[in-house]
Design a protein around this ligand. Structure first.
Ligand SMILES: [Zn+2]
Length: 380
C-alpha cells in the first residue's frame, strides 16, 4: 500500500510524511478514524514509506526491495495483530493472528476499508465474537524481543485494538510505555472511546477524517461509475468508501422503487395489501430491507428540502426527481418529520431483531393514517 493508492486526504498524508522526514516518529501512534475511512490504509502506506530505501517527497518509491515486501505484506519486520475467532479449522490456542496471516493479507489487499464483519467473512469466522486475546500480547512481546531483520524499524500494527480483552491490553502496556529502540506501534481504531485510558494516554493520536463527498465521488468515477450515480452514492455513504462502493454497485433502484410503491400503498389505505406487503418484506434479505430504509430516508429528506427550493435536485437521478416533486405535493413539511421518525424507528427495531413482519405492518398502518391526516396530534 502506498499513499497514492488512497483517494484524497492530501493534508493527512502530508502530515504523516512530514513527521517521518523530520524524524518525529512517535513510537506508539493511534490511527483513529471512522468505519470506512482510510485509517488502516494510511497506516500501511505509512509503514511502506518508513521502510522505503528511496522515499520521495510525497510517497514511497514502490520498487525497492523493502517496498516490494510491503506491497505483499510480507516484510519480516512488520507484524500484524487483529481480532480473530475460532473457525471450523482453527480452535483453542491456535486462535491468534498468526494462524490467519494468509487470509489477513488477502483482506488488506482487497478490502482495506472493510469492517470487522467483512474480515470475519474472509477468514470464515461465521459471525462469532472476535477478540484479541491474552495469548496475543505474549506473542507481541516475543516478536519485540527479536532483532529487526533489516536493521530499520520493527513495526507492530494492531488493527482494532478496541477488541483487545483487558488482560491482553494490560499485557502490552509496559511495552507501550518503555519501547525498545526503533520499535513502532501503530494502533488502528474505529472506536477510540472503547480503548483503555492507559492505552490512549500512551499513544500519539493521528486523527483520520472520513473521506469527503468530493473525494468519494472522484474515486468512484475513476472506478468507472457514472457521475450522477457516483455523487449520489457518495452523498449517502457519509464518508464511508466501502459503503459508497457497495451503494454504487447495488441495484439502487430496487430500494428506491420499493419505497415509492410502498408510499403509494400507504396513501391508498389498502389494508389487505399492507398485510401482504409485510409478509413479503419479512421474506426479503436483510440487505434489501436496509436498502429500502436507506433510500426511503433519503427520499424523505430530499422531499423536505425540495419544499424550500429545488436547486439541489439537479444531481439526483431523473426518476427520483420526479417522485420527490410529486410526493412533495401530497406531503407537507409538517408531516415529513414524524414520517421520518417513524421510518427510522422501525428500521432501528428491525436491526434489533424485532419481528420484521409486525413492525412493518404497524409502520404501514401508522404511515397511512399520518398521510391521510388521521393520526392524532399530527397537524394536517
Ligand atoms: Zn521503496
Amino acid at each position: 500500500m502506498q499513499f497514492e493508492d488512497i483517494p484524497g486526504l492530501q493534508e493527512v498524508k502530508q502530515g504523516l510524511i512530514d513527521a517521518i522526514q523530520k524524524g518525529h516518529v512517535a513510537h506508539a501512534q493511534l490511527f483513529s478514524g471512522p468505519e470506512g475511512s482510510a485509517n488502516l490504509a494510511l497506516a500501511l502506506a505509512f509503514i511502506s514509506y518508513l521502510n522505503c530505501e528511496n522515499p520521495g517527497t510525497t510517497d514511497s518509491c514502490g520498487t525497492c526491495a523493502s517496498c516490494q515486501k510491503n506491497q505483499k505484506f510480507i516484510h519480516p519486520d512488520v507484524h500484524f495483530v487483529f481480532p480473530v475467532s475460532s473457525t471450523t479449522k482453527v480452535s483453542g490456542k491456535e486462535v491468534v493472528s498468526n494462524s490467519f496471516l494468509k487470509e489477513w493479507r488477502t483482506f488488506i489487499e482487497k478490502d482495506p476499508y472493510g469492517n470487522l464483519s467483512d474480515w470475519s467473512l474472509v477468514f470464515g469466522g461465521e459471525n462469532k465474537q472476535l477478540n484479541i486475546s491474552k495469548g496475543e500480547s505474549r506473542s507481541i512481546i516475543q516478536k519485540l524481543s527479536l532483532k529487526a531483520f533489516e536493521g530499520g524499524y520493527k513495526t507492530i500494527l494492531i488493527w482494532m485494538p478496541e477488541y483487545m480483552n483487558a488482560s491482553a491490553a494490560n499485557g502490552i502496556l509496559k511495552v507501550l510505555e518503555e519501547p525498545s529502540d526503533r520499535t513502532l506501534f501503530l494502533l488502528v481504531t474505529q472506536d477510540q472511546e472503547r480503548l483503555l485510558g492507559t492505552i490512549l494516554s500512551r499513544s500519539q493520536k493521528v486523527f483520520i477524517r472520513a473521506f469527503s463527498q468530493e473525494e468519494i465521488t472522484t474515486e468512484l468515477q475513476k472506478e468507472g461509475v457514472e457521475e450522477v450515480r457516483a455523487s449520489h452514492s457518495a452523498r449517502l455513504s457519509e464518508g464511508n468508501l466501502k459503503l459508497a462502493r457497495r451503494l454504487a454497485g447495488e441495484v439502487e433502484e430496487d430500494g428506491a422503487t420499493l419505497f415509492k410503491d410502498w408510499m403509494r400503498l400507504c396513501y391508498s389505505e389498502d389494508y389487505g395489501q399492507m398485510v401482504q406487503w409485510a409478509d413479503e418484506f419479512h421474506k426479503m434479505p436483510k440487505i434489501s430491507q436496509q436498502s429500502f430504509f436507506r433510500f426511503g430516508l433519503t427520499l424523505l429528506r430530499e422531499t423536505l428540502i425540495s419544499h424550500y427550493g429545488d436547486s439541489h435536485l439537479i444531481k439526483m437521478p431523473e426518476e427520483e426527481k420526479e417522485f420527490v416533486r410529486n410526493f412533495s405535493q401530497v406531503v407537507t413539511p409538517e408531516k415529513i418529520e414524524p414520517l421520518t421518525s417513524l421510518v427510522e424507528e422501525a428500521s432501528y427495531h428491525m436491526t434489533r431483531n424485532a419481528s420484521t413482519k409486525m413492525v412493518f405492518l404497524d409502520l404501514s398502518i401508522t404511515v397511512s393514517r399520518l398521510l391521510k391526516g388521521k393520526l392524532n396530534g399530527i397537524p394536517h
